[in-house]
Ligand binder design. Structure first.
Ligand code: ADP
Ligand code: MG
Length: 273
């Protein structure tokens, strides 16, 4: 398991990040592997939110998971983010099968390997921008000076180098989302999970955030964007389309769709073998 470079002399965070993210350039290991994942809620009656989802995302990809309301996106996000467990199937994050981990180990894996970006930003309003981002490194136990140094680098990467000492309160939605993205990226996680990252932004600002995500991906970050918006998904290099708890298409050249859009209800597991 690679750990972030936390050397206090590491100020060239862009280069550090590239090295950390793209070190295995060429071999492209899988950072996410879902195998035949199902999720059923409740029992009276049971709701099958995911019905046999298999998905592999390699290091360095930028993937949109797109589907209408109720198709299972949030459920899938929770399972990829290790915030919830599947009813059946396998989830591997950065090579680790999460089924074998206890709560403490899961929390450690999550802190180390997954960066979250949410529609609602979730910033600490009373803290400086710099400390909001530095908090993304709290789990690693690095001293505050080191966390702030890395946070400053991440803020530069999202175009907010000059706002480090401001507080989020009076900043625009686009700036707030940039802070959240810097916080997600600062620990060089294996996967950045962005849940409707432009959902609270006007279209111009949303386009800028999407452009930023693409730029960070070009620098090596692996990013999964979850969206209901076809227009957003279409701008990303790979689109995984969900409907009724299944993947109905995947533009990745190495993966055939599990089922075709018009034949939902077929045996997805069988179709994938
Ligand atoms: P999306 O994010 O694409 O709108 P969700 O994952 O939220 O889809 O929901 C998928 C299906 O699972 C829907 O039918 C939804 O009603 C159901 N569902 C989601 N969460 C729960 C829950 N906690 N309990 C019961 N049913 C749920
Ligand atoms: Mg949802």
């Amino acid at each position: 398991m690679s750990t972030p470079n936390t050397s206090p002399t590491t100020v060239e965070t862009d280069r550090t990040r590239r090295d950390g993210w793209a070190g295995a350039n060429g071999s492209r290991p899988a950072v996410l592997e879902l195998h035949d994942v199902t999720k059923t809620y409740g029992s009276d009656p049971p709701v099958a939110a995911l019905r046999g989802v298999s998905l592999t995302v390699a290091q360095g990809e930028l993937v949109a998971i797109v589907g209408p309301s109720g198709s299972g996106k949030t459920t899938l996000l929770h399972i990829i983010g290790t915030l919830d467990q599947p009813s059946s199937g396998t989830v591997r994050i950065d090579g680790v099968d999460v089924a074998g981990l206890d709560d403490r180990q899961l929390a450690a894996l999550r802190a180390r390997s997954i960066g979250f970006v949410f529609q609602q930003f979730f910033l600490a309003e009373h803290q400086t921008v710099l400390d909001n981002v530095a908090d993304g490194l709290l789990y690693g136990g690095a001293p505050v000076g080191e966390r702030r140094e890395l946070a400053a680098g991440a803020l530069t990467a999202v175009g907010l180098a000059d706002r480090q000492h401001a507080r989020p309160t009076h900043m625009s939605g686009g700036q707030r989302q940039r802070i959240a993205i810097a916080r997600a990226l600062v620990g060089m996680p294996a996967i950045v999970l962005a849940d409707e990252p432009t959902g609270n932004l006007d279209s111009v600002t949303g386009a800028q955030i999407l452009a930023l995500l693409k730029q960070l991906n070009e620098q090596g970050a692996t990013i999964i964007v979850i969206t209901h918006d076809r227009g957003i998904a279409d701008q990303l290099p790979r689109q995984v389309q969900m409907r009724d708890g299944q993947i109905v298409s995947d533009t990745a050249s190495n993966q055939q769709p599990a089922v075709v859009a018009n034949s939902v209800g077929g045996n997805a597991t069988e179709a994938r073998r």
